[in-house]
Design a protein around this ligand. Sequence first.
Ligand SMILES: O=C(O)CCC(=O)C(=O)O
Ligand SMILES: [Fe+2]
Length: 287
Amino acid sequence: MTGSPVAALRRRPADGPLDEQLEILERDGAVVIEGLFATETIAEIRRAADAAAAGVEPGSATQGMGAAGKAFVGANTIRFSGLGLLTPAFFDMLDNERYAALADAFLLPNCGSYWLNTAQVMYIGPGEQAQELHRDADNWWEFIGRTWPDTPEVTISAMIGLDEVTEELGATRVVPGSHRSPELSYRSAGDSIPAELGPGDALVYSGHVFHGGGANRTVDRWRRAMHLSFVAGWLTPEEAIVLDHPLGSLDDRSPRVRRLLGHGSYYPGARRGGGLWLRQVRGIDED
Ligand SMILES: O=C(O)CCC(=O)C(=O)O
Ligand SMILES: [Fe+2]
């Protein structure tokens, strides 16, 4: 594939029409939603993330893949999850109405419900190289690969600015339209364009679109962003964030937060199949 169909990622305000945002997401595979998260929420998440980042060794994340995982996440990048243990503002993010509406429209045609895939601080450090372009849905390649490219959308991701995120700092690079490409790998970064973000803006993208963290070309500044993604309830999430929150500890949170964090079972509804993520042969949240 040569030449992106668009010169810049399309951007829409969070309080604009949902159908327009969805149309762009479906056509380009990605859309920037400006002001998706409230300023106060972002300020609190950034405070908590900055404090925790001070204790995390750059390059220590492995994605469960040893050296290959380290190469994927970078040598001078700080990554960690567990934000719900650091600040309750994390639960506000999970309850964000517009991101919920986008995820519902995108994923619920293919599942009875979805849950948290991962929520990760991703601070790209000075001098970091660009990440390999990839598709987030490749996590479930055993399933996705069988029907590629006619495969359902099973995951939606957001890269969220916790500060100004510029191209120079390593803004996520996206190849618009590549979610429809039959190509299995995409190593040329030539067609990718940066998703620059202000604090609270989010790049919302399909698990089928090629993207990757950009190079940080500065000598002393960090790219401060985080990732928040959901996956169909019949697939295993990337991160066992569920284990951070013992059963009973989320009783004062919303039903959505409880379900996203695994404190509810998966029900197929009108689809074929049975309940999943059950306990004692009953739904966790069944009466
Ligand atoms: O850091 C970024 O901008 C993107 C990271 C990413 O896409 C990933 O690790 O899956
Ligand atoms: Fe990714």
